[in-house]
Design a protein around this ligand. Structure first.
Ligand SMILES: Cc1cc2nc3c(=O)[nH]c(=O)nc-3n(C[C@H](O)[C@H](O)[C@H](O)COP(=O)(O)OP(=O)(O)OC[C@H]3O[C@@H](n4cnc5c(N)ncnc54)[C@H](O)[C@@H]3O)c2cc1C
Length: 389
């Protein structure tokens, strides 16, 4: 497999799609509260997904960072998250699709003619994915998939959802960890009414229910590998979100500094007031560090679960702070939805601390990878420790 065009050419192709028409589509999607399939169709037709995934699952991370930073800089909110969910479902298909059926679905999704979404969270299992109650009961050359997913973004417009289920073989549904990931056609599911949400209006999110038979070809990987498969997709999603936040923060800070230089209070521009200037300077420095960290990730070979978790949670907390402070610096106008988009962006940003893993779940992943330095510890504190012990 080739690796497609250079990252620079790839980013130019992305920018060509994020034009005035894209911005109009975003605004309309926010008003209607429906994710616009047209965005995925345009990215697909422009060859963006084909180029990004040209190297298969060992794709260039620079392209992930480039695509999602650009979406973030366009302040695409719910639409950006929707694109990253489709793209992350593609990540799973590129790594785990083993049947002609799944490879054909992957080709259509790469072209942007099929839309993918992810159905993992349930009433009983949001953070704790091992607790999912959806079952896949062995039946002939396939499985009967029965269950309900509480939050499935894009389910109203998507063609297939990747659904995590507990595989039940020989009537034994008590085997822990026997999770499987299935491509469920949404024509076989009942999609509920989209939720009213705090923000990200264009990311229509609804519950789904299903009780349907799926052939073996719909299973990604083998029974028991479902958690690994979805973790791969979620890791992709977390890096994408971090990149979107980096892009969004860069744009919001640029607008805020312009505002601070234009607006005067107490006889000088807001930027002339040290308290405000230093506050945005600190945020700018931290946003630069996030951007540079993502550039560093872009030079590495492969996605890393803990790095992605740490970056996403750090970015999400920073993003919330940046947009909140910028809203504050816009003063009353920042709070007025008819005057500035800051309030809407602040509401959109809040989702990033919950979706694709909350702060706490991601910190747990980071904590699990921390390594104690017992040698150095013994050398420095060993004797004192022994005296206490
Ligand atoms: C707008 C929106 C769109 C979404 N889209 C999708 C989608 O497309 N597909 C999908 O599968 N899911 C989706 N989700 C679901 C989302 O991923 C979950 O809401 C999220 O993972 C949290 O799960 P939960 O809601 O069940 O909260 P819970 O797991 O009940 O957690 C509640 C709180 O407890 C904390 N907590 C839980 N366990 C621990 C622990 N061990 N230690 C410390 N704190 C803990 C959590 O961090 C959280 O703050 C969406 C959610 C929203 C709001």
């Amino acid at each position: 497999m080739t690796n497609g065009t250079s990252a620079e050419n790839f980013c130019a192709a992305v920018e060509a799609v994020l034009d005035d028409r894209f911005r109009e589509t975003l605004a309309e999607a926010e008003r209607q509260g429906v994710f616009p399939r047209e965005v995925l169709a345009r990215l697909g037709a422009a060859g963006v997904f084909a180029d990004k995934w040209a190297g298969g699952y060992r794709f260039q991370l620079a392209k992930l960072v480039g695509l999602h930073t650009a979406l973030g800089a366009a302040c695409s909110g719910g639409v950006g998250v929707g694109v990253s969910l489709h793209d992350s479902a593609l990540a799973v298909l590129y790594r785990f699709a083993g049947s002609d059926h799944l490879r054909s679905l992957r080709a259509d999704a790469t072209a942007g003619t099929a839309v993918l979404c992810i159905g993992v969270s349930e009433e009983t299992g949001g953070s704790d994915l091992q607790a999912v109650r959806t079952t896949a009961v062995r039946d002939g050359n396939g499985y009967v998939l029965t269950g309900a997913k509480a939050f499935v973004s894009l389910s109203n417009v998507a063609d297939f959802a990747l659904v995590l289920a507990r595989c039940v073989e020989n009537g034994d549904d008590h085997r822990p960890g026997n999770l499987g990931l299935f491509a469920l056609p949404l024509t076989s599911a009942s999609v509920g009414k989209p939720y009213d949400k705090l923000g990200a209006n264009s990311l229509d999110t609804a519950p789904i229910e299903f009780d349907t038979w799926l052939p073996d070809e719909a299973l990604l990987g083998r029974p028991g590998t479902g958690l690994a498969a979805i973790t791969w997709g979620l890791t992709h999603e977390r890096l994408s979100i971090a990149a979107q936040i980096s892009g969004a923060c860069g744009r919001v800070l640029g607008l805020t500094v312009a505002r601070m230089m234009r607006r005067e209070q107490f006889g000088k521009p807001l930027f002339g007031h040290q308290a405000l200037r230093l506050r945005v300077a600190e945020l700018q420095a931290r946003v630069d560090m996030l951007r540079l960290a993502l550039q560093g990730v872009a030079t590495t070979e492969q996605i890393d679960v803990r790095t992605a978790a740490g970056l996403k949670v750090t970015a999400a907390r920073l993003g919330q702070e940046v947009v909140g402070e910028c809203l504050h610096i816009f003063g009353g106008a920042g709070y007025l939805t008819a005057e500035t988009p800051l309030a809407g962006w602040w509401q959109d940003m809040r989702l990033s601390r919950i979706g694709s893993g909350t702060d706490e779940v991601l910190w747990e992943l980071v904590a699990a990878g921390m390594k104690p330095d017992f040698n150095e510890y013994e050398a420095l504190f060993g004797q004192a420790d022994h005296r206490r012990g």
